[in-house]
Design a protein around this ligand. Structure first.
Ligand SMILES: C[S@@+](CC[C@H](N)C(=O)[O-])C[C@H]1O[C@@H](n2cnc3c(N)ncnc32)[C@H](O)[C@@H]1O
Length: 290
């Protein structure tokens, strides 16, 4: 670690250089996130505080956080929280760190006029593989009044999702259930199934950077030999759990659009659309069950 320095600008500069020298990706962003958490301000406000002198306690906390990131821990786990669509959710090793691509899936659901036009205007929406609960809780915050639930096969993830629901005042509004879709939902009950399932092929998972593999749950990432096993079972289970005309929204891998689109058509869905993310990759599939 660099020798103690006292103002925000110096600490950011030296911390970023320290992390960059250890090949931590996005080193500057990582130290800015740590600093903005400690100073309880937005990252963009840090430049206004460049000259602020840090107390010994803040310097120590910054040093501890920087060392954890340098040792390979994702900065979001060090912070213990992540911003998802402007909502802060608690995150730790019990569940995947929500990714920005997944915010687009929520945007897609919110923008689906046919879904919100169901009789009564309150669709029943199930999040399969809810993890931290970021998707279903964001929907419950941004579009209150509908029926939301999350499920997961990981008890750890469900405990975290419940803590997030509690923190948002939604514990009595959004139930979280243990199991797979077919275990917990009767046929023809849902207006929408949303899911960001594990979709990385095992051989690709094994090559992921240590920052991901050594810290985030394998159950959240490894989708089996071709990455498509869990996607396939969700497509089949959702075809039964959805009401006729119900919607399926899935996040997929960047090269899975063709294969997942074909699986969905084979399972009896129509209006299959594969949408690209901001980087131009296949990312979200939306389809309607007949
Ligand atoms: C990629 S993570 C997504 C977490 C969260 N929805 C997000 O987007 O940040 C996938 C989640 O699916 C869960 N999972 C894995 N297999 C499952 C299955 N067969 N049924 C339900 N959930 C499953 C994992 O435990 C994990 O929490």
């Amino acid at each position: 670690m660099p020798s103690p320095v006292s103002n925000v600008a110096d600490v950011l500069e030296k911390g970023a250089a320290y992390l960059a020298a250890r090949r931590v990706p996005d080193a500057r962003i990582a130290v800015e996130l740590l600093m903005s958490r400690l100073l309880r301000c937005g990252r963009l406000d840090l430049h206004l505080r460049r000259e602020v002198v840090l107390s010994g306690n803040l310097l120590d906390a910054m040093r501890r956080g920087t060392l954890r990131v340098a040792a390979g821990e994702p900065v979001q786990y060090v912070l213990g929280e992540v911003d998802f669509r402007g909502h802060l959710f608690k995150v730790d090793r019990r569940a995947l760190i929500p990714r920005p691509e997944t915010e687009e899936l929520v945007e897609c659901v919110l923008g689906c006029e046919a879904l919100w036009a169901v009789e009564g205007g309150k669709p029943v929406i199930m999040d399969v593989g809810t993890g931290s609960g970021c998707m279903i809780l964001s929907l419950a915050i941004e579009r209150p009044g509908s029926f939301y639930a999350g499920l997961d096969v990981s008890g750890d993830a469900l405990a975290l999702a419940q803590e997030n629901a509690q923190a948002k005042g939604l514990a009595s509004v959004v139930p979280f259930l243990h199991g797979e879709l077919a275990d917990v939902v009767d046929p023809g009950k849902l207006d929408a199934v949303i899911s960001n399932p594990p979709y990385i092929a095992t051989s690709v998972y094994e090559q992921l950077p240590g920052m991901i593999r050594d810290h985030e749950p394998r159950l959240a990432l490894d989708g089996g030999p071709d990455g498509l096993g869990i996607i396939e079972s969700i497509i089949g289970d959702a075809a039964i759990a959805l009401k006729p005309g119900g919607h399926l929204f899935l996040e997929i891998g960047h090269d899975q659009g063709g294969r997942v689109g074909a699986m969905i058509e084979d399972a009896g869905y129509t209006d299959v659309q594969v949408r690209r993310d901001l980087a131009g990759h296949d990312r979200i599939v939306h389809a309607v069950i007949e």
